[in-house]
Design a protein around this ligand. Sequence first.
Ligand code: GSH
Length: 299
Amino acid sequence: MASLEVTYSSSSLSSPSFPFSQLISFSKKVTLVRFPNAVVSPPKLKLQAFGKTRATATVHSAKQAAGIVKEVLPPALDSTSEPPPFFDGTTRLYISYTCPYAQRVWITRNCKGLQGQIKLVPLDRQNRPDWYGEKINPTNKVPSLEHKNEVKGESLDLIKYIDNHFEGPSLFPDDPAKKEFAEVLLSYTDMFNEAVFSSFKVDGSEAGAAFDYIETALSKFEDGPFFLDQFSLVDIAYAPFIERFQPFLLDVKKYDITEDRPKLAAWIEEMDKNEAYKQTRREPKELVEIYKKRFLAQL
Ligand SMILES: N[C@@H](CCC(=O)N[C@@H](CS)C(=O)NCC(=O)O)C(=O)O
């Protein structure tokens, strides 16, 4: 059982409406993400989490409890930057701030409260340092994870690897039916993305079937707004892409992906509240501009 001393001074914390599902601590020792069975006993905030992440927590402040404490993000390294001292025992996550694949792994790291254990190394993809391809990842792609003197790539492998090899609450279900569905959904992500990308060349509504698949998937388990009821790696795998598809399709194709898809609308709303995810997000305007340059130039 992990515990964390807390003093708090916010009436919102003792309110039953406080979003316990969003709790994230940035303490190195304690990671608190989901409290489906939270027991609150004001005035001292006490949270009891059951299941995999048994923990009692007291929280330093409302801000910290809600995960609002912002990590100061390091500047992106470019071709003029000194390389980090590779393979010195530090765990490093190489990302680009605008890459949705890298964002999946970054969200996973944040959700597990691993900000102190996995160092972010953002790269400038337009002016990438040579040492990255030479020493870290010969494919030159982000994300890569340097851990225990090895480098691993591929975002879907990395989110599972981080979930399995680091502390923090599990982000994958135990229930066999949910596990099986999780794998189905994870293996659909590339197809989903491809279907939406190809709709960019025609009419946004061509992507309708792909979003209908998501709507149906979100309806399978009825107890929560997430794909597997509880927030999981599946939500993390889809979020960075839907975050881009929604504003781009609306702006460029005048296609609203949430129209007649109430589950998807509720999922987006719920994801928007997740502080660990929020810290990885860019302005929708910036994302739309990136997509316009990338996709509209090809037309
Ligand atoms: N399948 C890979 C895709 C990673 C990927 O395509 N990353 C892009 C950035 S979003 C990249 O690094 N592309 C190579 C480049 O920019 O030169 C994964 O899931 O990690």
